[in-house]
Ligand binder design. Sequence first.
Ligand SMILES: NC(=O)c1ccc[n+]([C@@H]2O[C@H](COP(=O)([O-])OP(=O)(O)OC[C@H]3O[C@@H](n4cnc5c(N)ncnc54)[C@H](O)[C@@H]3O)[C@@H](O)[C@H]2O)c1
Length: 393
Amino acid sequence: MGLGYIGLPTAALMAGKGMHIHGVDTNPNVVETINKGQIHIIEPELEGLVHYGVQQKLLKASSAPVQADVYLVAVPTPFKDDHKPDISYVESAAKMVAPFLRENSLFIIESTSPVGTTEKIAELLLSIRPDLNEKIFIAYCPERVLPGNVIHELQYNDRVIGGIDNASTEKAVSFYEKFTKGNLHKTNARTAEMCKLVENAYRDVNIAFANELSIISDKAGIDVNELINLASKHPRVKILKPGPGVGGHCIAVDPWFLVSDFPDETKMIRMARETNNYKTNWVFEKIIAKTEQLRKELNRKPILACMGLTYKSDIDDVRESPAMSIYHKLLEVNCTVIAVEPHVKSTDKLVLTDAREAIKKADLLVYLVAHKVFKSLPKSKQQETLDFCGALS
Ligand SMILES: NC(=O)c1ccc[n+]([C@@H]2O[C@H](COP(=O)([O-])OP(=O)(O)OC[C@H]3O[C@@H](n4cnc5c(N)ncnc54)[C@H](O)[C@@H]3O)[C@@H](O)[C@H]2O)c1
């Protein structure tokens, strides 16, 4: 259920192992694309696997579920305006599946979910199908793959698997053993749910530390990248890299699930979220200050180039991207901005310029994402550069 960044690679990998996969997605374009053996997202090795699965009649996409042995849910779990988790997609997937469940069915949630979601969904399923009480298996198994390396990590990462009871845990573990090679760690559903949230909160807190250092260093006239490099020579210190904030659908979202459920206890986790969001504003203000200085020097409106728009380096994903939000804010305040994003195609709404062309045209290069391709670009002319992500260091 759900054939996006997580569901499709998982489905394709399982099909590649000879399993029969009926993939369900509510987006008809996604269904149509996959049934042609093509893909709607960019992920290395994925297209070949999808093509193989469809050609071998092992993988089929559809808008509705069918009766199956295992149901695996990888639908979105965003947050609402008030930062409260929105599990309505998981509920809707569960309702779609409920009529097809039978004795011994295994229902797994992979979507990142607030603590207690699996138990809630179990209640929902059994309220629709009371005939299956204690006759089906329900488990939670979060995903921790790195976009850009999903096919490898899906197979080799360790996984945490927690059922609503021991039998569900065991059943889910024996399912994942069929197509994964990492260690499978058994626990209960609540711990598995919390584990995923804690992993992303850990990353967020550590990135917030680096972002705070970048702001202090700027004030102190110190190069933060050199500072972090030197401090990390300490045998027990390993500082992450600062950037223009934190984006994506995981690290910028999941810590809020903890803050929402434990508002009085999550002081540091909330502060990290706020620090990382503040960093985006700080970067925006820095760009505006530089633009103003250039406007006076050049006696005209300077041309800015935003180098990179995705939420992190070397991927095509712009969801929750701080770089993208900075670019839009610059447009809103009437700056003349060129957008450069080598991993995304131009659309009517987002007109992109080739990086080399941008270097020729811009008065100010603003590096927002440290894509590898930026390192091999020719050195720029006399123009000014602001590097907020260590793209050039
Ligand atoms: N993308 C990642 O790197 C990543 C990593 C770890 C965890 N996660 C989590 O995995 C989950 C899925 O994330 P994603 O990035 O794959 O999302 P996505 O938006 O790429 O894909 C989700 C898909 O589900 C479909 N969908 C929505 N409701 C549906 C329903 N009721 N039935 C069937 N399909 C439905 C959507 O059309 C969409 O194609 C989220 O909870 C996310 O937080 C994602």
